[in-house]
Design a protein around this ligand. Structure first.
Ligand SMILES: [Zn+2]
Length: 880
């Protein structure tokens, strides 16, 4: 633990490094508790004039020896602490520094730096893990060429991998050890370094790039898991082809490797040529993975691969620029998924996730700009805002410029900045230069201003003048450290829908519009359309063209009309979501005052029409039937939130849908059954999604419905089995206990599947759940050493189970806080993430708010918090 008071890092304090490191020759001798790392660094000055002292970063390091230009450096010439190596007097010329450190992979429970995932040695260096391997200028603007020699006992690690291409390998004579040497010709920052050693099975394939080069593809997994690799391999090849076709980006090394490890703090890591993955995003078979797992694997494999250009070839100058690689790469993986599956379904799913996570984050004490200006602990900024809102910002550039011009800007970005550590300004400048559009300086506010813009539209139709007017205003709510905001550039895709469902031709200021796009740049605008011969229904923010909250006062009839007729599938979905949200908010208020809740016959009829529309994609129908999430409803209510009332109102609406459309749901359930063996493609998955949505509605509507248990018992794939089990557990069916027991017995030796079992139980919305979760922490299947187990059990309880985490007696908060405090010394990153569940505490009703505050204050006052946890708790408690 660092003991000094944490000091913030500020974007405005950035200055280039005094020294650069040109090459790194690493020699790593693996050992379970005492691995030696010899790093030979070629260092050169980066400033003219007086030589600066050399200060290298470290973290819990033990220095063994230090040599300057090949000669041992006497102790009086340097100071080495676990987290810093300082050499005061260095000549202002290139030199070679050889640093030998000793690290303990087994004792490394933070899973940052060199650690062991089970028996496998692996590394995680983003953001600041390389300094846990050797002393280094551990910042992304120091880019070096790495050569890595790894040595290990053959019995312990038959496979030795690092970045780049394999140069040589062989035995160490007279020992049971062997070695491998890897060379990566592309200069890279230290956070992209990776090393793996272990007894792993390998699945190989190849890919011929667009210029005809044959690249070897290798996916390494635990022996025995090879049969679960084909979908990941297939996803990788499709991603490689797509990046060539859509962005002209070709892979650049002779080999591309993925290693699946069981203990990993994040999803996956894009180390150059050697991606390291959480095994849940690699391994899939019909009986082990759900459709959602397959979709995640496809997306994460693509995301990490796409980083090869947006992240690795062009990296970030500093960590404030994190969205430069993440927002852009999320946008790219979303576009990839849209091309492989259904664009409409992908867009709606992404927006649902954005609203439930990023919008919630943006409305609470942890709100921050897409590019933060200050951080205490960078690990806490791997957020939905940086990733998902960051992707929306890139999407808006593409929307504003059009696909062709966007590609031109991307081409310029690759041409201009390949091999560099770039900034957001440099990225955006490429689009400004390519398009010569003038709004980009103002557009930069999307990177600097936090908060979700609120757009209010007042429409007015004048039948006599045949004009249609839209009065539009924008406001951006205050967020921490940002009380006042400037207007944003907002692309508002729209159409005016006529009585026959077709868009009316648009004439604005006497000129026909070639596409329905309004560009908002001021606090208020008025647009008047001419020649409108009938009262149209406005369809605004089509495709969710901007990540905003839209207030558009139109009649429920008009929303139902849009749900039935809008040419934009996103807004068809949105129209019914808006109606449902209005009803839910009304009913949450009614439940709290003891007045009778309302029904909405019109909404019910519109949902029925969607359910019976055979021309719609099944996955789209399933999304339309699902009401807004509990997190989304709570955020819309904004203050004095009672999670029990939110849950009850939402469940009541779902039960009403089940009752009203029982026959149609039962019919869909039957029709969506797909005969033949399981296939993970989007169409088959969409049919299962609708089938299982119907199953759940029917179970809510008919307490004696036997379909769920029958499906559980006869399912031949994990998607159907899990869906049935979820229905049984969520609705507290008598067969629930037997099914959970059976599931455990079937899969007891498969931790990734047992994660599903843990997560389901943690998500049961009943008061016994807390005791059950507490008991499961002592179950042999659970372990605090593995982040997947923690996320499955504690993460699901804290982030998915809104009623039980937010118990009115405060016990849910106390349990999570105690768990976090116990985990913090071992794995501060995961501990801090869990604490993020408290991000909306101020919006709760008074009793829960008081419980949450006292728990937060107790955590904040605990001694020896990690910087990660200290930062999150302090910001969560801050006044504004
Ligand atoms: Zn990423």
């Amino acid at each position: 633990m660092r003991t000094e008071e944490p000091r913030p890092v500020r974007l405005k304090d950035y200055r280039p490094p005094d020294w650069l490191i040109e090459t790194v020759d690493l020699d790593v001798s693996l050992h379970p508790t005492a691995a030696t790392v010899r790093a030979k660094l070629k260092i050169k000055p980066n400033t003219a004039g007086r030589p600066a002292p050399l200060v290298l970063d470290g973290d819990e390091l033990k220095l063994q020896s230090l040599a300057f230009d090949g000669k041992p450096l006497a102790a009086e010439h340097f100071v080495a602490t676990p987290d810093r190596l300082t050499i005061g007097q260095v000549p202002n010329r290139p030199f070679e520094l050889t640093v030998e450190t000793l690290v303990d992979p087994t004792g490394n429970t933070q899973l940052m730096g060199l650690y062991r995932a089970g028996a496998t040695y692996c590394t995680q260096c983003e953001a600041e893990g390389f300094r846990r391997i050797t002393y280094f200028l551990d910042r992304p603007d120091v880019m070096a060429v790495y050569t890595t020699r790894i040595e290990a006992d053959k019995n312990e690690a038959a496979v030795l991998l690092s970045n780049g291409n394999l140069v040589s390998h062989g035995d160490v004579p007279g020992t049971t050890r062997h070695f491998a040497v890897w060379h990566d010709p592309f200069p890279k920052p230290s956070y992209l370094f990776a090393l793996v050693g272990g007894n792993l099975a390998c699945v190989e394939d190849s890919f011929t790039t667009m210029s005809g080069r044959k690249v070897k593809l290798a996916i390494y997994v635990e022996p025995g898991k090879e049969a679960r690799v084909p979908y990941a391999m297939d996803s990788l090849k499709r991603a490689m082809r797509w990046d060539e076709q859509v962005f002209g980006r070709e892979y650049d090394l002779d080999i591309f490797m993925i290693v699946a490890v069981s203990a990993f703090n994040m999803g996956a890591m894009e180390n150059k040529g050697l991606n390291v993955f959480n095994d849940k995003y690699v391994l899939a078979s019909p009986t082990s993975a759900t459709d959602a797992d397959y979709a995640h694997i496809e997306a994460v494999i693509a995301h990490e691969y796409f980083h090869n250009w947006t992240g690795d070839r062009i990296t970030c100058r500093d960590w404030f620029q994190l969205c430069l690689k993440e927002g852009l790469t999320v946008f790219r993986d979303q576009e990839f998924t849209a091309s492989q599956r259904s664009r409409a379904v992908e867009r709606i799913s992404d927006v649902r996730a954005l609203r439930s996570h990023q919008f919630v984050e943006d409305a609470g004490p942890l709100a921050h700009p897409v590019r933060p200006e200050l951080y205490h602990e960078i690990n806490n900024f791997y957020t939905s805002t940086v990733y998902d809102k960051g992707a929306e910002v890139v999407r808006m550039i593409s929307t504003l410029l059009g696909v062709k011009m966007f590609r031109k800007g991307m081409d310029l970005y690759f041409a201009r900045h390949d091999g560099q550590a770039a900034t957001v300004e440099e990225f955006v400048q490429c689009f400004a230069d390519a398009s010569r559009r003038e709004f980009f300086p103002q557009f930069m506010r999307w990177y600097s201003q936090a908060g979700t813009p609120e757009i209010k539209v007042v429409p007015h139709y004048d039948a006599r003048d045949r004009t249609y007017r839209l009065d539009i205003t924008q406001t951006i709510p205050p967020t921490p450290r940002q009380p006042d905001k400037e207007p944003m550039v907002i692309p508002l895709a729209f159409g005016l829908v006529g009585a026959d469902g077709a868009d009316l031709p648009l004439v604005l200021d006497g000129r026909p519009l070639d596409r329905g796009m309004l560009e908002l740049t001021r606090l208020s605008h008025t647009f008047v359309f001419d020649g409108i011969t009938q009262r149209p229904v406005p369809s605004l923010n089509r495709g969710f063209s901007a990540p905003i909250k839209l207030a558009l006062p139109i009649e429920p009839d008009d929303r139902r009309f849009l749900a039935a007729h809008d040419s934009d599938p996103f807004n068809r979905w949105q129209a019914l979501q808006t109606l449902a949200m209005t009803l839910l908010k009304t009913n949450v208020a009614a439940l709290r005052t003891g007045t009778p809740p309302r029904d909405d016959d019109g909404l019910m009829a519109a949902l029925g029409a969607i359910l019976n529309d055979g021309t719609l994609e099944p996955a789209f129908i399933a999304l339309t039937l699902a009401p807004p999430s509990e997190a989304d409803i709570a955020r819309e209510i904004g203050s004095d939130v009672d999670p029990d009332a939110v849950f009850t109102a939402r469940r009541r609406l779902r039960a009403a849908i089940g009752e009203r459309h029982r026959a149609a749901l039962a019919d869909s359930y039957r029709r969506m059954i797909t005969p033949g063996p399981y296939r993970p493609d989007a169409q088959s998955a969409g049919r299962r999604t609708l089938k299982n949505a119907c199953l759940d509605f029917l179970a809510l509507a008919e307490p004696g419905d036997a379909r769920a248990y029958a499906q559980y018992r006869t399912a031949d794939n994990m998607t159907d089995r899990m869906a049935a089990l979820e229905t049984l557990t969520q609705h507290n069916r008598p067969e629930c206990a037997a099914a959970l027991d059976d599931f455990y017995k079937r899969h007891a030796d498969d931790p990734l599947i047992i994660d599903k079992w843990l997560a389901l139980q943690a998500a049961i919305p009943e008061s016994a759940t807390l005791d059950r979760v507490r008991a499961l922490t002592a179950h042999p299947a659970f372990s605090t050493s593995n982040p997947n187990r923690i996320r499955a059990l504690i993460g699901s309880f804290a982030q998915v189970n809104h009623t039980q985490f937010n118990r009115s007696d405060g016990e849910g908060y106390a349990f999570v806080a105690d768990f976090v405090l116990a985990l913090d010394p071992k794995n501060p990153q995961v501990a801090a993430r869990l604490m993020g569940a408290f991000r909306s505490w101020r919006a709760l009703e008074a009793k829960r708010r008081a419980h949450a505050e006292s728990v937060l204050r107790r955590v904040a006052a605990s001694p020896a918090l990690s910087p990660d946890l200290h930062d999150i708790v302090t910001r969560t408690l801050a006044d504004s």
